[in-house]
Design a protein around this ligand. Structure first.
Ligand code: C2E
Ligand code: MG
Ligand code: MG
Ligand code: MG
Length: 288
């Protein structure tokens, strides 16, 4: 087709698009086997209590170890999994794996275990009317108490229409916490707080980056903690990379934070090492 178009200037773009479509199709095909071939695993990033440094929770983050290309970042393959619908079975696997891990830690470590397991759920999963039943079934099967589970959704996912808000409400009714991820970056952040049951605001890294800057730069992080306090919601500052940011966030009233300054996403065994280290010196697990 490119030849027929002759000197047409679109030929270049056309073949580039073709190449990308092929790459996508190949990625989708390989991804469809990733589950059965055991190429997926979860990492867990600590959420810490700023005043004490204790690990109060972890966020499960999926990783794909591609046999040829190595680690493929989730921002690369999650959108593909969403488009093909593969995110539905994959998301159930992620939820089950995370809940099983959390239940195991609760049983083994009791109070020393991270209190909450957070699992990211994509827009496509919320469009499944049976998703709340899936969550209930996974909780029953793993024996995890719903109070230990948080489901992270994005504003765009709930805005995506359908019955997403009803689906979220049904999950909330099970006793599971709902966190709004990347809070502040969507179109309807504040309006959503009226229509959708939300327990946690996860303040996007882009706003956390500003907290050591000018008053104007930190204004959004300041406003979000005020909103959270006024509405009785928890707030988690995401992407905290420096001690100065952590201190400033604490001063602004933040209690919970997550970021490379405390810990990167870790393997489950590394989380267990942190728990036992803390048990050994009689303190609660701390990340930094
Ligand atoms: P997210 O849910 O907002 O997750 C936070 C991302 O920020 C993670 O990237 C984490 O590794 C990264 N991060 C944490 N602390 C820092 C920091 O201090 N600095 C910087 N620069 N980055 C930090 P990751 O694991 O690559 O995940 C990216 C996104 O992919 C996630 O954003 C989430 O939207 C999606 N994702 C990851 N795992 C899952 C999953 O299991 N299911 C679904 N549906 N989406 C997932
Ligand atoms: Mg998240
Ligand atoms: Mg986030
Ligand atoms: Mg984010």
């Amino acid at each position: 087709a490119a030849k027929e178009l002759g000197k047409n200037r679109y030929v270049h773009y056309d073949s580039e698009l073709d190449a990308r479509a092929v790459e996508h199709a190949q990625l989708a095909a390989e991804l469809s086997h990733a589950l059965e071939r055991d190429e997926l695993h979860l990492m867990y990033q600590p959420v810490v209590d700023l005043p004490t440094g204790r690990i109060v929770g972890v966020e499960a983050l999926v990783r794909w170890e591609h046999p040829r290309d190595g680690m493929v970042p989730p921002l690369h393959f999650i959108p593909v999994a969403e488009r093909t619908g593969l995110i539905v079975p994959m998301g159930t696997w992620i939820l089950r794996t995370a809940c099983r891990q959390a239940a195991e830690w609760q049983e083994r470590y009791g109070d020393a275990a991270p209190d909450r397991m957070s699992v990211n759920v994509s827009a496509r999963q919320l469009l499944e009317p049976t998703f709340p039943q899936t969550v209930a079934a996974v909780l029953a099967e793993t024996g995890l108490d719903p109070s230990h589970l948080t489901v992270e959704i994005t504003e765009t996912a709930v805005f995506g229409g359908g019955r997403a808000v009803e689906t979220v409400a049904a999950i909330h009714a099970l006793g599971v916490s709902i966190a709004l991820d990347d809070f502040g970056t969507g179109h309807s952040s504040l309006g959503l707080l009226r229509t959708c049951p939300v327990d946690v605001l996860k303040v996007d890294k882009s706003f956390v980056d500003g907290v050591t800057g000018t008053v104007e730069q930190e204004a959004i992080a300041t406003s979000i903690i005020e909103i959270a306090q006024a509405l009785g919601l928890r707030a988690i500052a995401e992407g905290v990379e420096t001690g100065a940011q952590a201190e400033r966030l604490h001063t602004l009233g933040y209690r919970l934070a997550q970021g490379f300054h405390f810990a990167k996403p870790l393997r489950s065994t590394e989380i267990e090492n942190l728990i036992t280290l803390a048990e050994d010196d009689g303190s609660e697990p701390a990340a930094a």
